[in-house]
Structures are given as C-alpha cells and as structure tokens.
Design a protein around this ligand. Sequence first.
Ligand code: BO1
Ligand code: ZN
Length: 234
Amino acid sequence: TEQWSYSGESGPEFWTQLEKESDCGGQYQSPININTTNSELITNDIKVSDFHYEKATDIQSVKNNGHTIKYNFTSNENTMAYDGGKYLLKQFHFHSPSEHTINGIRYPLELHMVHYDNDSGEYLVFAIMAQQGDPSKTFEFLGQFLPLKQGETKTVNKSQQLSYALNESIDGALYNYRGSLTTPPCTEKVNWFVLEKPISVSEEQIKMLSISMPINNYRDIQPLNDRKINKIMP
Ligand code: BO1
Ligand code: ZN
C-alpha cells in the first residue's frame, strides 16, 4: 500500500522522499490556480463538445482507499479520442475541497475523470468542479453506494451514462495545461482539462461524498513556472 497522506509525517512536504521514481519535486506539478484572464485562447478546431463518451459505462466497483472515493470500470470500452491518442477511461474519484482553483476560488468538490493512452503512456484528466445548488442526477446514482469506511469496497455492476455530468458543463470554457498526477508518484505526464463551469450538487450530496473521504484530501497549489494555460471555447 502507498505510504503517503495529506498531513503530518507522510504529508506533501515528504512526498519527494517516498519513491525513487517520484516526480513530486518537479517543475510541472499539479494542481494550479487557473487565472482565466491570463490564459491563451486556442483557435484550433477543438471544442468542448468534442469530448464525450459514446455509450453508457459499466461501473464495476467503488472503493474508499483511504485517500479518496474511487469508482472503477470493467471494460476498456470507454474511450475518448484526442489529438491522435485513444484515451481509455480508467477510473474517477473526488477531492474535497477542490484541488485546482479558478481565479483563486476553491470549490467544495472536484471530480477527476482519469483517462490513459496505452501507446504514449500519457494521462488525460478531466476536472469538474461542483458547487452547492440543485441535486445532480449523476451524484444521486453515485451516492447510493456511500458512505464507505476506509478500505471498504462495494460492487456496483451498473451502467451509467457519464456524459451527463459533462453535459451540464459544456456550455462553459475548458482550460488545458500540462501537469502531473496530484498524488504520489506525481508523474508529469498529464494533459489536464479543467471545466470552468461547476456542476450543481445538493448540500446532502456534497456531504455524502465528503464524509467518506479524508478531510482536505487536496494538494496545495503548485507553481505554474513557464507553462501556458490554453482556453478552449464551448
Ligand atoms: S489525479 O487525478 O491527478 N488526482 C490522479 C492521481 C493518481 C493517479 C491517477 C490520477 N494514480 C494512477 C496510478 C496508476 C493507475 C492510474 C489509473 O492511477 O499511479 O497506477 O493505473 O487508475
Ligand atoms: Zn484526483
């Protein structure tokens, strides 16, 4: 098991000492603050609405792994095509409060949809912010398996159309930058896509997720250094 945490003697300051292969002390780390006025508009032909899943996804199980609540998939059917790569949806999980901030604003919840391209070894992670408001249908489905104790796994074996969660946000802009996994080994092979428009989730739904995760399971904002943030229009 991974010997790291969000505070104390195995907290973020010590992540660089955990593994030989760790990038945690690197120059291109995540999360970052996204300054929407400093981002560059990209005028190529990528649109937010290009990102979608073809069909409903079979979610196999959900686990409280002591760091987050993570939903896993059985099939390798959920792919997202992007820039010549074929990204497989591997899992999604949550951070509370959010890891990325947008113009300094930290949201109560951030959802990470983690994709991986076997050919290039590159990750593509979608970050979707949630804010308190009307209940979400997607979260109603996800919440029925919660709460979970640390280490506990529940079988899901149900199909869910995950594009619905994205659909709520696709009329906002998308911010793209090159960064890392936000937990050890902090691998600097992540193409991040952060949706500007948060999805709406009820207070109860936020609580249901938050009580199953360690408090404050987020990493501090990392320096941008010489990186650029691209803005993709809806
Ligand atoms: S995150 O989205 O940046 N918070 C993040 C952090 C850690 C991982 C993924 C996303 N870990 C990796 C593991 C791999 C595994 C992959 C997909 O998740 O290091 O071993 O294959 O589940
Ligand atoms: Zn994450």
